[in-house]
Design a binder for this molecule. Structure first.
Ligand SMILES: Cc1cc2nc3c(=O)[nH]c(=O)nc-3n(C[C@H](O)[C@H](O)[C@H](O)COP(=O)(O)OP(=O)(O)OC[C@H]3O[C@@H](n4cnc5c(N)ncnc54)[C@H](O)[C@@H]3O)c2cc1C
Length: 415
């Protein structure tokens, strides 16, 4: 049986970044996935590395908003009726976390991570020779009505307090930044400190290649074969059995598949999301990701085409795709963006792994020596992968963590 210092299970952006940080500190690391690095959730996102994330997405407030979701008229959310009883406790907890005070608490607890996210990516992108995928020209949020713009005033006040650069634009100024948009919106905000990635899959693959260059192994195997072997953890891979004293579970939405058999239960849910690529109409293009705030979707320029990503769908992780949100929003999206023919025959679907307080879990798994958790990165996993990599590597190697990891501990669910 082959021995290694640490095994990281799950080669999404989170697991790959952790493995890379461990290898940079001289550990012998194996990164194991059933697929190639970055091919699941970390492939299909909107690519935004926000320099401005402060508040989590709130539960819809007000009777009108809830009714639109309930009647399946909302573009920003969808659900499977048969799944509601199962997800109801999680939704109630999410709602309890949606008061402004709780969202403010999230902003404070997550700031040490969000504020370092871009710098951590820049370091890894440079080391992996992948800087060409990074755009540092911000992102644009569009408001169709003055009312919707006014409703986000507190977020902008908070951004000013934290020193996050943003400019409020009228339609004309926004068109100067993105001439291909149709002026069907009233206001825009340009968050100039944000960055974005033009090919998230290629970035995770580049980080995995860097790991190999540093002597790490990138292997295929099924994480569900993980078991205890004395003081070690053992795993079957396609190239044979592997043992390590430390193992990190970075399986994104699949984390419960391995935790459950170990007797660990974390309240992780998924917000499913869809994307579809479109060829631009004529010579039109976008320079940066653009969000249609009221309708709750984003269009980001990717190497594969203009990628339209949807908001949340509450349904079982493995239930068949139901891209109704795309059907609902496409007529409006086509009026605003220069979207030509779709690139793929069917939309892609992925699952954002989320806890009800929107904070991830990073740290030890209680009662299982050598078992570490890194999951629940919700809407921000691409952005936070490298900063999570640093923090988890700090903890595993016994270095002083660059920030207090307590707010991200799994123990918050055990009280
Ligand atoms: C539509 C959409 C838009 C988004 N937009 C953004 C954005 O703009 N910015 C941002 O920062 N984030 C965004 N996100 C969120 C982000 O994509 C996720 O938070 C992130 O990809 C999670 O990464 P991960 O490594 O935890 O999970 P994953 O990328 O899903 O990685 C988990 C890995 O575990 C592997 N695995 C699972 N089961 C097993 C098993 N049994 N054995 C071996 N391997 C296994 C999988 O193959 C996979 O590679 C978006 C998500 C969606 C769905």
């Amino acid at each position: 049986m082959a021995r290694t210092d640490a095994m990281v299970l799950g080669a999404g952006i989170v697991g790959t970044s952790i493995a890379l940080h461990l290898a940079k500190r001289g550990l012998k690391v194996a990164l194991v996935d059933r697929r190639a690095p970055g091919e699941e959730t970390s492939y299909g996102n909107a690519g935004v590395i926000e320099g401005n994330t402060l508040l989590p997405h709130p539960f819809p407030s007000g009777f009108g908003a809830l009714l639109r979701v309930a009647l399946k008229r909302a573009t920003e959310a969808n659900y499977h009726l048969s799944f509601l009883p199962q997800v109801a406790p999680w939704l109630l907890a999410y709602r309890a976390n949606s008061t402004f005070e709780r969202r403010l608490e999230f902003a404070e607890l997550m700031r040490p991570l969000f504020s370092r996210a871009l710098a951590e990516h820049e370091t890894l992108l440079a080391e992996a020779g992948a800087e060409r995928y990074l755009r540092k020209n911000g992102w644009l949020k569009l408001y169709r009505s003055e009312k919707a713009f006014a409703a986000t005033a507190r977020e902008r006040e908070l951004a000013t307090k934290y020193g996050l650069p943003h400019s409020v634009l009228d339609t004309e100024d926004a068109l100067a930044l993105e001439p291909a948009l149709t002026p069907t919106f009233a206001r825009a905000v340009h968050w100039s400190g944000a960055a974005s990635i033009s090919n998230p899959l290629a970035v995770t693959a580049a980080y995995a290649a860097r790991l190999s260059a540093l002597g790490g192994s990138v292997l295929q195997g099924d994480a569900r074969s993980l078991c205890r072997a004395g003081r070690q953890w053992a795993l079957e891979t396609d190239t044979g059995a592997l043992e390590a004293e430390a193992v990190v579970l970075a399986l994104g939405p699949w984390t419960p598949d391995v935790l459950g058999p170990l007797g660990l239960d974390l309240p992780l849910a998924v917000k499913r999301g869809y994307h579809r690529h479109f060829r631009p109409r004529g010579n039109a293009s976008l320079a940066r990701p653009v969000v249609d705030i009221e309708l709750g979707y984003c269009v980001a320029p990717m190497e594969q085409g203009l990628r339209l990503t949807t908001g949340a769908e509450f349904a079982a992780r493995d239930a068949p795709k139901t891209p109704e949100q795309l059907d609902r929003l496409m007529p409006q999206a086509r009026k605003l963006f220069p979207l030509g023919a779709p690139v793929e025959a069917v939309p892609w679907m992925g699952c954002r792994p989320c806890f009800a307080d929107s904070r991830p879990v990073r740290g030890r798994a209680q009662g299982h020596a050598g078992l570490w958790l890194a999951c629940g990165h919700a809407h921000w996993g691409l952005m936070l992968g490298p900063v999570t990599g640093r923090l988890v590597a700090d903890m595993i190697t016994g270095a002083t963590p660059f920030c207090d990891p307590t707010p991200y501990s799994a123990e918050r669910f055990m009280q």
